[in-house]
Design a protein around this ligand. Structure first.
Ligand code: DGJ
Length: 536
């Protein structure tokens, strides 16, 4: 009887996620403040990887694909540099992109293209020489002392026109070269903002700064009309700079979408959300948490803003997920550190309905961004991330559908001992508690894993029925508010897996020792269906 119920639930999930059209354009949908990335017409969980900055050359791709295969990633993020596609003004070379598309098809891997244009980590390093060396035509920003600085000005229409023209050509080429939509999203620019200067002080910028805040910004942000200083007070410079960069990026995105309306996002270099900081010390004007509302108002053609998370500290990681996963912003982690202790946060991301996760620097070119990532990308490090993808690859269509319906939860292992080495998930009337660092057969209090590696994800499949998985954690269920005389009981715990068609394949029932101390997940990939019940 229960098997029939389970089959029905999973069947319903699968029917609802079946592809509608083979070559349907990828898109983002939103409902009740939740989001899904649709690929081939159905929600898709991006199990991603990003290659190193200088790996986007034909000769380097053989050093990327083996890592992608080891990871079992379904999507690769690859830079497309302005200097590479338009080395001479008006002369375009898409040979790398064409080769990338051919190889991605052969490897059955989707792509996210990263447009390294006017700004790459705020600098013009990936703009062609004819742009970055011609500061008369493509001016740099002016600082408050009147000095020209390293970053290009967002007020130069010549630069915007040139970047937009190149990006438009890229999207037009993609439209012709990628009819099956191997490419599922495009990142517009890379980590924008400015270090050391909070806004441009060029004559054009100063003129705009003295003028009223544009009416559409006032309306979209719901603020009082006035000049920048009147509306934003001490934050006026930073909000103004965010507006200037966001509307520039928006113009580039809009022009690209006019050719091929793929989902487009921007990535954010982050700063500490727990301590006020001098904006000169971080990428001011980029889509940092301080100015997300401005970016949303000024860049309506940008579908999402993703945090590049390079701290594995639990409190910071969770805070960034909370700040960027908003009803008006799809949660997506376009970059994260590739050291082992970052891998566990995958569970918190997918549990919150994040549509993708992508460690950075995943190739064998021998470059390591330690201390922001691993000191060496050895087999053990890759496997920390591969283990997650091994679990979720068979769920890449099932999980994001459940997440879009608001039926998923996930936690990663906290590092601060005061958190008690546990995390609690409230699942309607049930509660699931994940604890970290306990023997399987015992009731000793959790001490945390020797290195933080625990994670748990839970999805509701039907009434009182949950899909539960994780690593290096114990999961216990309870009923926080029982009716008088009501007690919780585990009805049944099935271990199994999903086959290639998404059907549940039963392997065994867990009972006795395997459930008496909670459900203990080790380093093995294990997927459980848990049916809860009560007795009186
Ligand atoms: C964030 C940038 O977006 C990447 O391109 C790369 O520079 C990494 N930082 C390196 O940690």
């Amino acid at each position: 009887m229960m098997k029939a119920v389970l089959a029905g639930v999973v069947g319903a999930v699968l029917c609802a996620t079946a592809p509608v059209l083979a070559a349907e354009l990828p898109r983002i949908v939103a409902d009740h403040g939740r989001h899904a990335l649709l690929v081939d017409g159905a929600p898709y969980l991006m199990l991603g990887a990003q290659i190193n900055n200088s790996s986007a050359w034909p000769a380097m791709l053989p050093k990327a694909w083996p890592t992608v295969a080891q990871l079992d990633a379904n999507t690769l993020e690859v830079p497309i540099a302005w200097e590479q596609i338009e080395p001479k003004e008006g002369q375009f070379d898409f040979s790398f992109l064409d080769q990338l598309l051919t190889e991605a098809r052969a490897h059955h891997v989707h792509l996210v293209l990263l447009w390294f244009g006017t700004w790459k980590n705020t600098s013009p390093s990936y703009a062609p020489a004819w742009v970055k060396l011609d500061n008369k035509r493509f001016p740099r920003m002016i600082d408050e002392k009147g000095q020209s600085i390293y970053a290009l000005s967002p007020f130069a229409t010549t630069t915007l026109d040139a970047d937009r023209a190149a990006f438009t050509r890229l999207m037009a080429h993609l439209k012709a070269a990628d009819p099956d939509h191997e490419v599922i999203m495009v990142q517009v620019e890379n980590e924008t903002g400015t270090y050391g200067t909070v806004r441009d002080h060029s004559p054009a910028a100063d003129k705009a700064f003295a003028a009223p805040v544009p009416a559409e910004i006032v309306r979209r942000m719901g603020v009082q009309a006035g000049t920048w200083s009147q509306v934003f007070g001490a934050d006026a410079d930073e909000q103004f700079h965010a507006w200037a960069i966001a509307r520039y990026v928006d113009a580039v995105a809009a022009a690209g979408k006019a050719e091929l309306p793929l989902p487009m996002y921007v990535n954010a270099s982050l700063n500490d959300p727990f301590k006020p900081q001098d904006p000169k010390t971080y990428s001011a004007g980029g889509p940092t948490h301080q100015v997300l509302a401005m970016w949303k108002a000024a860049a309506p053609h940008v579908d999402a803003i993703g945090p590049d998370i390079y701290t594995s500290d639990f409190a910071h990681y969770m805070k960034y997920l909370d700040l960027y996963g908003r009803p008006d912003n799809m949660l997506f982690v376009p970059e994260t550190g590739n050291a082992k202790d970052y891998a566990r946060h995958f569970f918190a991301v997918v549990g919150r309905g994040g549509v993708g996760f992508s460690p950075f620097g995943m190739d064998q070119t021998g470059y390591y961004n330690f201390p922001l990532g691993a000191a060496k990308l050895d087999a053990e490090t890759i496997d920390a991330f591969a283990a997650n993808y091994r679990l979720f690859r068979p769920l890449e269509r099932i999980w994001p559908k459940l997440a879009y319906e608001g039926r998923t939860w996930g936690v990663s292992e906290p590092t601060a001992p005061e958190a008690g080495h546990k995390q609690v998930m409230t699942l309607g009337r049930w509660r699931a508690t994940a604890t970290f660092g306990q023997w399987q057969f015992g009731i000793d209090p959790p001490t945390g894993n020797p290195t933080p590696s625990g994670g748990v994800a839970v999805a509701e499949l039907g009434p009182d029925e949950y899909l539960v998985t994780g690593y290096h954690a114990r999961v216990s269920f309870d009923l926080p508010s029982p009716k008088p005389g009501e007690h919780m009981i585990i009805d049944r715990v099935e271990e199994g897996h999903f086959d290639a068609d998404g059907h549940w394949v039963f392997e065994r029932v867990w009972n006795g020792d395997e459930v008496d101390y909670g459900l203990n997940f080790t380093g093995l990939p294990q997927l459980l269906k848990v049916k809860l019940a009560t007795y009186r």
